[in-house]
Design a protein around this ligand. Structure first.
Ligand code: HEC
Ligand code: HEC
Length: 393
């Protein structure tokens, strides 16, 4: 008898749990459906200009080893970018955060590009709509308005061209038919109005979806890190350690700034530049940094991968195209003494004897480099309402 009562009690408690769980789930769904946009649209239109006005990329001698001429035009906007309007980017923001864009309503762009992590996801490879893993590490999204080489292998030339790929991707979001996507979006209660505001017509097309999301992506500008603030003021805001790190970063000895260059600390990827896409060589802002003797993932070719921006780098672990390094210490250890020989190893890392370089950094110098990398974090970018989830209250 006692047994039965205990059993009944247990069942009752279980039922309560299950019931509660359902309620919680329902609440989440209701909340997700609640769109919370400001009465007057946020301002997105002028944002890229804030980034382009940063001028240190042309500052004579600041970037060791690279002539200024390579940086001219570096920050001319990508001609393939859409024109940004406040209503267009607002629509893009809603789409970016909406799990309805995936086949089973489980994954939005933001699932793998999380604002608090500078739009990376903290995983070495990401989970898509069916729990399958992406072959590469989710990239942070930053200042792509000026970038003509997107993805780890630089295979895409513009934000607009890129958008529909993850939506259709079998692993990422799985929405293979764009016609189905259009129908699904058109049948929600909130999109027709947003399309009307952005494009003067309620009609939903995949072309507009791509355009609006590209507007949003291109408006995501990070230009207010400790480094940016210091640049205007002789780095008076830097600690001694950060100063040592900065000097190392821009030194011939480490060559960091020879690749992570310019205002975006990324490849000088414009035509004519050392890593550019003209002049016979088509490198598309990529380099082989000697991660492996034999590259499993070839990247663009021969183990060459996009030279990524280092803005907000402290927030976007794990690192490299496959997320192999858990923290910045491991990255610095690689550059210091881990670079492996490879026929395509970048010249910067090949010593006079033909061996991969060894930087022989001491532990203080390593700490200093990390302290410097930490100054590239932009708190205002990761808390900016304009880029936040509009489905939250
Ligand atoms: C399941 C995880 C996942 C989802 C969902 C996802 N992405 Fe990504 N994203 C990635 C990965 C992984 C990469 C790197 C892929 C590669 O280089 O091959 C990436 C790369 C990117 C890049 C390139 C950044 C750069 O600097 O080159 C952009 C932009 C981007 N994603 C935007 C989006 C948008 C917009 C959506 C929604 C339509 C989206 N992503 C959905 C995982 C995801
Ligand atoms: C020859 C060009 C080159 C030089 C020089 C170089 N890097 Fe890199 N860096 C790259 C490339 C390419 C990648 C991406 C490689 C990959 O994922 O396969 C990268 C990746 C990184 C990453 C990880 C980025 C991420 O989002 O995962 C960090 C951090 C970094 N580099 C810091 C440095 C520092 C610090 C130095 C100087 C000690 C340096 N780099 C020198 C080309 C370079």
């Amino acid at each position: 008898m006692i047994k039965r009562i205990t059993l009944l009690t247990i069942c009752f408690i279980c039922t309560l749990f299950v019931f509660n769980a359902c309620q919680v789930e329902q609440d989440i769904e209701l909340k997700e459906a609640k769109l919370n946009l400001p009465a007057t649209a946020h301002t997105y239109a002028g944002l890229p200009a804030q980034f382009k006005k940063l001028e240190f990329f042309n500052n004579n001698g600041f970037i060791a080893g690279i002539p200024d001429s390579d940086f001219q035009n570096h920050f001319i906007e990508n001609p393939l970018n859409p024109e940004i309007t406040d209503d267009g980017a607002t629509l893009g923001r809603v789409l970016f955060y909406d799990a309805k864009l995936s086949i089973n309503n489980s994954i939005s762009c933001a699932s793998c590009h999380n604002q608090s992590l500078a739009f990376a996801d903290g995983l070495s490879s990401s989970k898509g709509f069916g729990g399958k893993r992406t072959p590469r590490n989710a990239m942070a999204i930053v200042n792509i308005v000026t970038n003509r080489n997107l993805f780890w292998d630089s295979r895409e030339q513009s934000a607009k061209g890129l958008i529909l790929k993850p939506i259709q991707n079998h692993i990422e979001m799985g929405m293979e038919s764009l016609a189905d996507l259009e129908t699904k979006i058109a049948s929600t209660d909130y999109y027709p109005e947003l399309f009307k505001k952005a494009y003067n017509s309620e009609q939903v097309t995949s072309e507009k979806i791509a355009d609006a999301m590209a507007q949003f992506l291109c408006s995501m500008v990070s230009a207010d890190s400790k480094f940016d603030q210091g640049f205007a003021d002789d780095f008076n805001n830097f600690s001694t350690l950060e100063m040592v790190g900065k000097d190392l970063f821009f030194s011939e000895r480490t060559q960091c700034s020879g690749c992570h260059a310019g205002a975006n600390f990324s490849a000088p990827d414009q035509p004519g530049g050392e890593y550019g896409s003209s002049g016979g060589e088509n490198r598309r802002g990529t380099a082989n940094i000697g991660l492996d003797l034999v590259s499993k993932d070839k990247g663009l070719e021969n183990g060459k991968f996009r030279i990524p921006s280092l803005r907000n780098i402290a927030l976007t672990a794990p690192y490299m195209h496959d997320g192999r390094f858990e923290n910045l210490t491991a990255v610095i250890e690689h550059y210091d003494k881990g670079i492996q020989a490879h026929p395509e190893l970048d010249d910067k890392f090949v010593s006079n004897t033909g061996e991969p370089v060894r930087m022989n950094l001491n532990s203080l110098e390593k700490q200093a480099l990390i302290a410097f990398l930490n100054t590239l974090t932009d708190e205002s970018f990761i808390t900016d309402q304009r880029f936040s989830n509009p489905f939250q209250d």
